[in-house]
Ligand binder design. Structure first.
Ligand SMILES: *Cc1c(COP(=O)(O)O)cnc(C)c1O
Length: 469
């Protein structure tokens, strides 16, 4: 299995190189050259497997022989044994036709752990084999930072530096990052906004000397290995509900389009998915795209589901690549136009192909609260605002009435206690693993919004590449 860039001008790479590279050198995103196809017979033989074993089967074709099979199975088993629920991603039934798959039983209580926990282990495995070290640098407005820190803390071959905007994350989110104690973990509270943090990270990557001196790497949501790990739970839900013999739909609250794109991959691999329903909050550029075929950037508005407060969804480029029949030049044209004018549209044929698979719906904050309230009233279940956007979408769009739908539970309700309390009157408590979060000691360094100062701090904090771990 080889990987190609959506922009068509970067070298083909193997799995391990794609994982460490993140973004392709031509600015594109890596994507597998073909889709592994799982036959109905093989899929049936996977029914009832424990999560880790199913995950190994689903992901193995993407390794292209670059990671030893037995080692990979061990890594995957170790990854998911650290989750709080024995089923890893359990299904809850909300009504006759609607299920929620809870993806938040990992260490930071959001679905990003499912992929990130695997990534941390795979990075260490590959780097150890190569005798290399990297420094991961990232900016976060909330969830991604803690998922990355939890996944990479105490890894032998990695230092990790996460910048958050000082005073601008929720207290739960900040504490989930700053109370992690490990020699290779470095939290920076930047005196600035989230955009300042992101610009700072971009500037560090653009500084070739700095980048090479500490082997900079990124694990943001465009990393192929994260998408791959998210494909697994589409199989897990499908098999539990009768796949390959019964079709199903998925409803996915969407921000950067990584989670729902994994559903597109699962469908190409043979999971009988009728519709992928894209749930948007008031930042509804994707809903408008699936309705009209045009993308127009607007300013980001803050909502109750902050992990989806995004206008430019980076992984959407991977879908566009397929909709444009894998034509790297056409895609480059479209993306260049989009970046410079904030507008882009696809030809009618491409919109038809998209609408055959995707449906979409937008929920503003009032609709999100109403959904949380209604779910609580009818089933006694508390859901977080992101999950509610998905549930609302599942209920709003027209789907075949004989087909079941799985909405993704993307975060634990206790991560967003204010919104949950506002909707239901019930304040959710933190689960046992985080019960003492407010008592733990915080460690972070406050730095000014100044590139040279931040670079000097990082250089003096990390172990130099090549040095013994
Ligand atoms: C990241 C995140 C999302 C958005 O997922 P994408 O893969 O970026 O579309 C939705 N909900 C929660 C809770 C998240 O952390």
């Amino acid at each position: 299995m080889k990987y190609i860039s959506t922009r068509g001008k970067a070298p083909e790479l193997e799995f391990d190189d794609v994982m460490l590279a993140g973004l392709a050198r031509d600015g594109g995103l890596y994507i597998s050259k073909s889709w592994p196809r799982i036959s109905g017979e093989e899929m049936r033989s996977w029914r009832g497997m424990p999560y880790w074993e199913l995950a190994t089967r689903v992901m193995l074709p993407f390794m292209g022989g670059r990671i030893d099979e037995a080692d990979f199975a061990d890594i995957v088993k170790d990854t998911y044994s650290g989750f709080d629920h024995a089923a890893v991603t359990p299904l809850i039934q909300l009504d006759e036709k609607l299920f929620v798959m809870e993806l938040f039983h990992g260490p930071t209580l959001a679905f990003k752990d499912v992929a990130m926990q695997l990534l941390g282990r795979l990075y260490d495995y590959v780097l150890k084999k190569r005798g290399q070290r990297v420094t991961i640098v990232g900016a976060t407005s909330g969830d991604t930072g803690s998922a990355a820190l939890e996944a990479f803390k105490n890894r032998e071959c990695v230092d990790i530096v996460i910048l958050h905007p000082k005073g601008r994350t929720s207290e739960v989110q900040r504490r989930q990052m700053t109370t992690i104690k490990a020699d290779n973990v470095h939290n920076i509270a930047l005196e600035g906004t989230f955009d300042d943090c992101q610009d700072m990270v971009k500037a560090m990557f653009a500084d070739t000397n700095f980048r090479d001196s500490i082997n900079l790497s990124a694990v943001n949501s465009i990393n192929w290995a994260r998408i791959m790990a998210q494909v697994v739970y589409y199989f897990h839900a499908g098999l539990a509900l009768g796949a390959p013999d019964r079709p199903l739909n998925f409803a996915v609250p969407t921000g950067n389009f990584g989670n729902i794109y994994a559903g597109y991959v699962a469908r190409r691999m043979g999971v009988p998915i009728e519709k992928l329903v894209c749930g948007s909050n008031s930042n509804d550029i994707l809903h408008r795209f699936f309705s009209t075929g045009a993308m127009d950037v607007e300013t980001v508005v803050p909502t109750l589901s902050p992990s989806m407060d995004i206008q430019i969804s980076s992984n959407h480029e991977r879908l566009l690549f397929s909709l444009l029949e894998r034509d790297g030049e056409k895609l480059t044209d479209a993306m260049t136009r989009f970046r410079s004018t904030g507008h882009m549209e696809v030809p009618a044929g491409a919109l038809d192909r998209a609408q055959a698979i995707f449906a979409s719906h937008r929920s503003d904050d009032a609709a999100t609260l109403a959904t949380m309230r209604e779910v609580y009233r009818r089933s006694g279940w508390l859901i977080d605002p992101h999950t509610a956007v998905g549930v609302a979408a599942a209920r709003a769009v027209t789907l075949d009435p004989s087909t079941v739908t799985v909405a993704f539970g993307c975060a634990h309700p206790a991560k967003f206690p204010d919104a949950v309390e506002k909707a239901t009157g019930v304040r959710p408590g933190l689960p046992p693993r985080l019960a003492d979060l407010y008592e733990r000691e915080e460690v972070y360094t406050t730095l000014p919004n100044n590139l040279a100062v931040v670079q000097e701090f990082i250089r003096s904090s990390v172990v130099a590449p090549g040095a013994a771990a």
